[in-house]
Structure formats: C-alpha cells, structure tokens
Design a protein. Structure first.
Length: 552
C-alpha cells in the first residue's frame, strides 16, 4: 500500500511548484491544506484511501482525490509530471531547504539559473546570492549553514533506524552455521543517539564459509565491510576464538576516550571477559552505555551502573490519544499499556493553544475526565487526567491556575516561538517550571535529531530550577527527540533531579519507543529510584499530592 508520507510529500511538492510558477493561490492552498488534513488524520487516512471514501473527508475535494487515487494506484502523479515539464526535477531539492520558499527559489532560478543544491552551494561560495535583491549576505550565510548541516546529517541515522537495520543483520547472522556468537559493538552497543556506522563482532569457526554469505566491499585485517543499500556503513569484526572475541568486543565498544581515561593497556589485557578486564585494573564494571568520556565527570556516588529495565516501568506517562492528535483511542492505548505490563497511566493530550494538534479546551478536558473515570472502572486500571500544557511566550501555561487544579498531572512544554534569545527562552521556561502546578518539564530543549537544533537556552539554569521546584525532567523517548540529552543527565543527577521516561506516544505502536528512552537513561546511570515512572501506584499518588499540598 502507498506510504501516507509519500502522498503528503506529493501534495506539498505540487503546492510548491504551483507557487513557484505563480499559479492560482486558492489551488496552491488546496494542496497544502490537503496535505495537512492527511497528516492530522493519521492512520484513519489509510482506511479512507483503501475504501475510496476520501470524498467524506472535509477539505479533500474532487481534484485532490483524483491526484491521490492516481498516485496510490500507479505510484506517480500526472499532475506533478505536467507541472515539471519545463522545469528540472532536481529543483524539487531546493524546496526541502529550510529558509527557502518557492518565491525565493523562483528568483534563484530566473536570475542565476540554479536548479540543484550543488549549484546553490557553488553560488553561495561565489558570493552571488548576497548580491540578489531580497537576499543579502545574512541570507547567504544562513543558506550555507543549512547546506553544511544537511551534509553532516546525511552521515547519520536515528537510533531506531539503526536498531532496525541491526535486527535484520542479526537475523541473517543467526542462520549462518559457522557463526558461534555475535554482538553489536561501538556506537550502537553504547547507545549513541545518532549512529554513523553499524558494527558487529562475530565468533566463527570457518571464515571462508562465513564470508560467502556477504558481498564484500572491503577487507582490513580481521574486519570486513559489507555492501548494502543502507545509508551508513556496515562492518563485521571476525574472531576465531573466545579470548579474541571478548577482547575485540571490549575494545571496539569503546569509547576511545573512556578506555584511555580508564588506563587500559590492550597488550597486557587480562581476563576471560569484560567483568574480569575491569577487575584487572581495579575498576568497577561499567555497562556499555556508560562507557563515555563524560562518565568521569560524575560524582563517585553517581557512577553506579544503571539498574533500569522496561520491567521496572509501572506508570505510562505523557501519551496522546484521538482526543487531540493521537492516532489511537484512549481505550486502545490503555489496553496496550496493560499488555506491556504498566500498572497505571496519565494521559496527556495537547492543550488548547495547540490548535494544530486539536488541543483540548477546558470543556473538553472535563468531558475527557468523565471518560477516564469510566475506563478506570471498566479496565480496573487507574488512568490519571494529565495535560501537555503549552508554555506561552511569557512563561505562563495556557490554562489558569484555578483550572489547573482540576488536572492530576501537568506536563509543561514549549511548542512555539523557538527563536527567542537564550536569556528570554531561559526565563520563559523557568517561569513555567516555577508554576506550582507543573509536575514535569517536557522535552526540555526542543531538539529534533537530524532535523532541528535545540532552541537557545541555558540548560544548567533550567535543571537548577527543576531541582529547586521539585519538577521532574522528561527523557522523551521518541527517537527523533531523546531529550533531555544524555550528557545533561549527569548534571541533573548531581543536582538531585527526578526523571520521567516517556514515549510521548501518539499510537499504540509508539509505546515501544519507551525502550529507547530507557537506554538513554541507562547511559546517564539513572537508577530506578530517580524515575517517577518506576513508582508504585500509591507512591505516584504521593508524588502528585506533593503539589496538591503545596497549592492549598
């Protein structure tokens, strides 16, 4: 079946090209609005498409239906093909560059003949963009910075994408008889938030038999590089005895900085495995996730290995349902939560300022509260009323404090106005943290990995404010966020902060993102006692009451 994202991109592309060509604004808006509607429909769109019921969706007129059905059936669009007849297809690349709209691209095309990213970069470096009317030196510098960022991002993939690739390779390794043992290593074993290469260590008994299973791109000593269609390199370290396997796994896991600061000498490395390797230099065993240079910035008391595991998670906190922009109903999310072993939940749909996400106004929150009571009774599973409340530009939450008394669990998050100065953004977030009803600071730095940088903010001051106001800090488990960054976890732990590990799920499938958040938390050495999701139901109720008592 056609990928929903492909259709959304198709409609955006058509709208961009129409605007580039100066076509009717109403037609342009129809395609853009259509793409937005499909995005908001989520999985429901797939049903409408399969049953050819798009005519029932408000905003999807006959013209859009024709384009969508054609693409779904043929995998191409005659509408887009017609629009591109006299325009190089490479021009579409330019529409993906942040800060360049169709009108500016039209100027670049008409005056400099630019039709691709390569030509744009060359023109910037030749200082031609700065001379164009409506552009200037600042715009040219921004475009160059964006292009450099794209080059950097192209060398990496997200953790969940790397995990998926690794599982495919592991499935293949499991079928090879000459393979006796294998393990992920380097970045993926240490759980880096973005991955530049996938590496394995294998123990085999017949090298020739093993190598025949792969198309080899290169071979260096005991390491082979495999030809694949993946975006990043894949390599395997080959070992032929247990001792060599254990030493290679330990060394390649790294990080180089961690191993160097630990004082390991690989020539004199003694022991039968990693536990004994650490003992040989009189150092406590360190789990792979924590083997980073930053480990040594931790206070001695906080160097203990993380004891976190999915089985420790009792509370499912911060997830979305069809009440706002979620793709699955509250009932479906709770059924999945029970299946996964959670003991209670706090639904946190978007707040009223998030109009783009069908945010809940006061009346709809009270309606949802009735549904929660009913589900709690029917499922014998406590569901708390939560909300992900937008932090407004001045630091206020988007409900009055009088109304927030009705809500059990308040997550305060920034979803707009990302371009404030560091000082203003810091003051904004601290004010929200100081609100007596805030329980959790959601995705604290607002980053989207390989897509959007964190907003400018003094993270230390934010963490200090959370510690001072007894507000937990979220480790958002969505692989595109993984925010709070693990490097700041060390500082937050030293300050005595509590954490909440949340999938920020918008579907039942998304709930499994929790695993990535746990991995990042383990990387920071977080203990069960520092995570509010690990609290029992009664303990979580006490956590919520600490606010209620303060606000009497």
């Amino acid at each position: 079946m056609t990928n929903r994202k492909e259709i959304i991109n198709l409609l955006y592309n058509i709208a961009d090209v129409l605007e580039f060509k100066g076509e009717n604004p109403f037609k342009i808006n129809a395609f853009r609005n259509g793409a937005n509607i499909i995005r908001q429909l989520g999985d429901k769109f797939d049903i409408y498409l399969k049953e050819k019921r798009l005519g029932e969706v408000k905003g999807i007129g006959k013209g859009l239906q024709s384009v969508i059905y054609e693409y779904a059936e043929k995998g191409e669009s005659s509408e887009l093909k017609s629009l591109l007849e006299n325009i190089p297809e490479s021009l579409l690349e330019l529409f993906t560059i942040h800060g360049l709209g169709p009108k500016k691209i039209k100027v670049l095309y008409d005056q400099l003949g630019i039709t691709s990213i390569g030509e744009l970069e060359y023109a910037c470096k030749e200082n031609r963009i700065a001379l164009l009317k409506g552009f200037g030196k600042t715009t040219q510098e921004k475009i160059l910075a964006e292009l450099e960022k794209r080059k950097y991002f192209s060398k990496y993939i997200l953790l969940n994408q790397a995990d998926k690739i690794a599982k495919e390779i592991e499935a293949e390794l499991s079928t090879i008889k000459s393979v006796k043992k294998f393990s992920r290593t380097n970045e993926l074993r240490r759980i880096r938030e973005i991955i530049s290469q996938i590496e394995f260590v294998v123990l085999i008994d017949k090298e020739k038999t093993f190598i025949e299973h792969f198309e080899i791109a290169d071979k260096k000593e005991n390491r082979i590089f495999i030809k694949t269609n993946y975006q990043i390199p894949v390599s395997i370290y080959i070992t032929k005895d247990v001792e060599s396997y254990e030493k290679t796994l330990f060394k390649t896991t790294g990080s180089e900085e961690f191993l160097s600061k630990s004082g390991f000498d690989f020539i004199k490395l003694k022991g039968k495995g990693e536990t004994e390797f650490f003992k040989s230099i009189k150092m406590e065993f360190v789990i792979p996730e924590m083997r980073e240079e930053e480990y040594f910035s931790l206070k001695e008391k906080n160097r203990k290995n993380s004891d976190l595991d999915f089985s420790n998670m009792q509370g499912l906190l911060h997830f979305h349902t069809t009440f706002s922009d979620g793709r699955d109903t509250l009932e479906s999310m709770i059924n999945k939560a029970k299946e996964l072993g959670f003991n209670y939940a706090a639904v946190c749909d978007h707040s009223k300022s998030a109009f783009y996400a069908n945010g809940l106004n006061e009346e709809r929150i009270l309606e949802q509260k009735k549904v929660l009571k009913q589900i709690t009774a029917e499922k014998n599973f406590v569901v708390f009323q939560g909300i992900e409340s937008d932090i407004l530009t001045d630091g206020s939450l988007d409900y009055s404090n009088d109304f927030l008394k009705n809500i059990d669990f308040v997550v305060a998050s920034v979803h707009s106005q990302f371009n404030l100065t560091e000082s203003d953004m810091t003051k904004r977030i601290i004010k929200a943290v100081e609100n007596p009803f805030t329980d959790l600071l959601g995705h604290p730095t607002g980053r989207l990995l390989l897509s959007r940088d964190s907003y400018k903010v003094d993270v230390k001051k934010i963490i200090d404010a959370c510690a001072a106001n007894d507000v937990a800090i979220e480790i958002n488990s969505n692989p595109r966020r993984l925010d709070l960054d693990w490097r700041w976890i060390y500082y937050a732990r030293n300050k005595g902060c509590k954490f909440s590990i949340n999938a920020d799920a918008h579907s039942t499938e998304d709930l499994l993102y929790t695993n990535y958040g746990i991995s990042i938390a383990r990387k920071g050495g977080i203990q069960q006692t520092e995570v509010i999701n690990c609290l029992s139901l009664n303990e979580f109720k006490k956590f919520l009451k600490r606010k209620a008592e303060r606000n009497l």
